[in-house]
Ligand binder design. Structure first.
Ligand SMILES: C[S@@+](CC[C@H](N)C(=O)[O-])C[C@H]1O[C@@H](n2cnc3c(N)ncnc32)[C@H](O)[C@@H]1O
Length: 233
């Protein structure tokens, strides 16, 4: 079990941008009064305590992990993470399970003005793949246990996965259809897809099984966390 997380200011900034519930009331006021550009490019980096963000992030990731663990066993599994952010969840899974391999698809830039709404064109991103790799290794993930793919430039891994995990990313910020053709190639009957969506009924049309594991009443979008399996397209 991870007890402490190692991070620097740049990584803490990314985590804050990825996990908006980490925003303090003070930072919310800064964003409101000085605008999103100032918040994204300056306040989110210099008006924060990296140590505090690390502690809170660890708490959030532990509770995400505990929810998933009730429903899934991660031992000896291949996992595809789509938009995993700094992948604190993957670190939790790794430290509590045997022999996992993580393929991670993420973007490699930070939008100038983060807004967090539904993003029709999927332009918004908040990651840095070099920092992500550094963070994962620095927090105990063996270099041989993961591979990072740049969404905009790399060919995606074409192999079968046991789990595809996308929290607050696919179908939360941007349309599931962006990945549909890719999923047609890689999903098999047993692959389980875990994501957050406001439209679980849509997934019932394309998967035989859709289980809601969290109703997430506290999130802005009132999304549901679902586990989908038996893809039928
Ligand atoms: C709100 S954050 C959530 C991060 C993480 N899943 C978490 O729960 O902390 C959304 C993430 O999706 C990433 N992202 C945006 N578009 C993406 C795409 N098309 N493919 C993969 N990741 C994407 C962003 O860079 C960002 O890190």
């Amino acid at each position: 079990m991870i007890k402490n997380i190692h991070l620097n200011r740049d990584i803490a900034q990314l985590i804050l941008l990825q996990r908006i519930e980490l925003l303090t009331p003070f930072l919310k006021r800064v964003r409101k009064t000085l605008g999103r550009y100032f918040f994204t490019n300056f306040a989110s980096k210099y008006f924060i305590s990296p140590k505090l963000i690390g502690t809170k992030y660890l708490e959030f990731m532990l509770s995400e992990y505990n929810l998933l663990k009730k429903n899934l066993n991660f031992d000896n599994k291949t996992i595809l993470s789509i938009g995993g952010g700094m992948c604190g969840l993957e670190l939790m899974i790794n430290s509590n399970s045997k022999n996992c391999f993580f393929s991670i698809i993420e973007k490699n830039y930070i939008s100038k003005k983060v807004t967090y709404g539904w993003d029709n064109e999927n332009r918004e991103a908040y990651n840095n793949l070099k920092l992500l790799e550094f963070f994962l290794i620095n927090n105990g993930l063996d270099k041989r246990s993961f591979k990072i793919y740049n969404f905009d430039f790399d060919q995606f891994p074409e192999k079968k996965f046991d789990f595809i995990i996308s929290l607050y990313s696919l179908d939360y910020h941007y349309d599931f259809n962006l990945y549909l053709d890719y999923f047609k190639k890689i999903l098999n009957k047993d692959t389980k897809l875990i994501l957050d969506t406001i439209r679980p009924d849509y997934f019932k049309k394309i998967f035989e099984n859709v289980k809601i594991i969290d109703f997430m009443q506290n999130t802005v979008h009132k999304s549901k966390r679902v586990i989908c399996s038996n893809f039928i397209l």
